[in-house]
Design a binder for this molecule. Structure first.
Ligand code: MG
Length: 388
């Protein structure tokens, strides 16, 4: 895997706009894109990036429930409410980060869901030596100036570039720029940095990192997300034995029972099998490789941490989790009454709708260690879509 950029930062994602050009009922940042809300795609990349310490999103006051639905399981900072313009929303977001004293901040538009980790890396790398960094692309089409619907001139392409996000900045510098220029509109944050005389380093942007403005853009993003992705299936298996206790944790759900499961963590056999299945899709070892039982810090750990880590690794490879399927083998406790809660919890952690999480429970007809009630076994399959 690529080495980590030399600098760590916070991320601020702007999602407060109404997107008048998009149409439809829901704001574009919450529209479904390849099975999940537009906003979640970029947030998964930022939240899973090892050099991004925390992610704050600026939302519209009407979007609280849609936002909460979209970001389940990602572990983001609490959202803050934006203002009347993008510029005001960014400033409010920056002010909300002051108590965290970030060294650098990456400001990203929620409407650019095809953010890739490599672009985040390039912006962070540039910030190691420059106070601001801007991803840009060349202008290749001819540019014409119109007046009254008629061409009145051709604009030279030389010296023109297209600016994207995430734009990166030394935190104090961009905060000061926003405070000082709150009343003078700017089209993006790099423009404000320029007004302050900050040197803006240019890094290569990405054609695929498009901004969703119209329904057509959404269709293009969908096609880009699906193109070049191949399915991979991973398998996982785990067993934990019964011991003293009054509950077991299965699929992230606490189930009262006359015994407990023995293990270094919370012994959630179902999430362990799922974690291994996800790791299997990218050939990234097994759960013990990433969370050695010899390390005291994993004692009693919530296994949701392990599953979230595997999810982040898949996302970091440009992958998307399409489906998981789980079978739990035991005589008791009965899984049926907890099925809905388990499916919901796993869906929340992996960003999968209910149909994307399979859960079966079976006994082993009194045979073998599960039949004798000595423990619980779990088998899992995970299907992800990875860049070819
Ligand atoms: Mg285990």
């Amino acid at each position: 895997m690529a080495s980590r950029p030399p600098i760590e930062g916070h991320a601020l994602v702007v999602a407060a706009g109404r997107g008048a050009r998009f149409g439809g009922d829901a704001p574009k940042q919450y529209a479904p894109l390849a099975g999940r809300p537009v906003i979640r795609h970029g947030l998964e990349v930022l939240a899973g990036h090892p050099s991004i310490r925390a992610v704050r999103v600026v939302i519209h006051p009407d979007d609280g429930p849609a936002y909460a639905d979209a970001v389940q399981g990602l572990g983001l900072l609490e959202p803050v409410t934006g203002g009347a313009t993008r510029q005001e929303s960014v400033r409010l977001g920056l002010e909300s980060l002051v108590p965290l004293a970030p060294e650098v901040v990456l400001i990203h538009d929620a409407a650019r869901p095809l953010l890739r980790r490599a672009l985040v890396d390039r912006v962070l790398e540039a910030l190691a030596t420059a106070p601001a960094a801007l991803p840009v692309l060349p202008v290749t089409d001819s540019l014409k100036r119109l007046s009254g619907g008629r061409i009145v001139g051709t604009v030279a392409r030389e010296g023109l570039v297209r600016a994207q996000t995430p734009q990166g900045f030394r935190f104090r510098a961009i905060l000061e720029a926003h405070r000082r220029h709150a009343d003078t509109p700017a089209t993006d944050d790099a423009a404000l940095a320029g007004r302050e005389g900050l040197e803006v380093a240019l890094v290569a942007g990405e054609e695929d990192n498009l901004k969703i403005t119209t329904a057509g853009d959404l269709a293009r993003a969908e096609a880009l997300l699906r193109a070049g992705l191949v399915p991979r299936v991973g398998q996982g298996f785990d067993v934990h034995r019964f011991g003293a206790g009054d509950h077991v944790v299965l699929g992230g759900v606490r189930i009262p029972f006359e015994r407990g499961l023995v293990g270094h963590s919370d012994a959630d056999v179902a999430l362990h099998a799922l974690t291994d299945a996800l790791l299997g899709t990218i050939g990234a070892g097994d759960i013990g490789t990433h969370f050695p039982p010899s390390e005291a810090r994993w004692r009693g750990a919530d296994s949701a941490l392990f599953l979230a880590h595997a999810r982040d690794l898949v996302v970091a490879r440009g992958g998307r989790i399409a489906h998981v399927d789980l079978t739990v083998v035991c005589e008791r406790p009965r899984i049926g009454p907890h099925r809905e809660a388990i499916v919901a919890r796993i869906g929340e952690l992996l960003g999968l709708a209910a149909g994307g999480v399979g859960l079966k429970a079976t006994t082993s007809e009194g045979l073998g260690f599960t039949g004798r009630g000595e423990g619980i076994a779990a088998l899992a399959l995970a299907t992800v879509l990875l860049p070819a």
